[in-house]
Design a protein around this ligand. Sequence first.
Ligand SMILES: [Zn+2]
Ligand SMILES: [Zn+2]
Length: 171
Amino acid sequence: MRVRVSDVRKWAGREERATLVEPWPDSLRERLDTIYIGQPAAVNVLVRNVSTGLVVEVSGQAHLGLACARCLESADVTVHFAESQEFREEVTSKDEDLAYECFSGDHIILDALIGDAVALQIPLAPLCSPVCRGLCPQCGANLNHTSCACQQSADSRWEALKAWKPESSKE
Ligand SMILES: [Zn+2]
Ligand SMILES: [Zn+2]
């Protein structure tokens, strides 16, 4: 995804808005390891000429299917993102410690910025449902859909654990 900056780059103080409605960058899907991404993306872009360079703000929301942390099936997650980054016209001598990115020409490529913005909002342990029962640790059956033969023995082991109360128990 990219934004045209041929006009805004000419005058300090100028700003331009755009809404990019197009498919998400392919790199995003790989980076986030999603099961699906709701298409198309609708990303709001604000470009401000701050005289040293162009500050680009991207914002929007993404509807993602992420692997549920308990059962691995799709957890539907909506993330709201907003990030900004300064871009300067490419210079020959590159500073080691750049607080800005470089661009040249009439467009700025936004894939990395949008990818960062969305990635920052991804929950650490997405759940398909707050009451997801997860997978049976013995046979791997999805306990949201089925009860497996292991249940009975798991229950009796649990009874034993309750009486025993190990000190290292997390609960
Ligand atoms: Zn789940
Ligand atoms: Zn089982």
